[in-house]
Ligand binder design. Structure first.
Ligand SMILES: [Zn+2]
Length: 123
């Protein structure tokens, strides 16, 4: 009788261990999605601190293909990649799915080092 009880107990423990293992994937994936959403919110705020390229052009009456710095007149901007993160990941039991990355870039004047505009794009 006790050996039946023992094997039942072992079976139950094994079942519990397997279910815990299976449950850990979705939990981790769900946490990753949540963290990505929070991160994206923070970086959207960062993006909104400066105008985009088209906003910069309309504010300073400039052409998008020929931008000059408003402070020193230099016509070259250096792109600086600030952040890359998965774009809109979809929840998955074993692994999350996403098909693009979101890039956050800032453009710095080569003459005076001022951050002129910021852009976000997906690739
Ligand atoms: Zn400048």
């Amino acid at each position: 009788m006790s050996s039946v009880n023992n094997s039942l107990f072992l079976f139950a423990m094994a079942l519990l261990a397997i279910s815990l293992l299976i449950a850990m994937f979705p939990l981790k994936n769900w946490l990753v999605i949540n963290r990505t959403k929070e991160k994206e919110l923070r970086w959207m705020q960062w993006l909104n601190e400066k105008p985009t390229k088209s906003e910069y052009c309309s504010i300073h009456q400039q052409k998008p293909d020929k931008i000059e710095c408003d402070f020193c007149g230099a016509s070259r901007q250096l792109p600086s990649l600030e952040m890359v993160m998965t774009s809109n990941p979809k929840f998955g039991i074993f692994s999350n799915k996403f098909d693009k990355y979101t890039h956050f870039k800032t453009y710095i004047c080569s003459g005076c080092g001022t951050e002129l505009y910021r852009e976000r794009y997906e690739a």
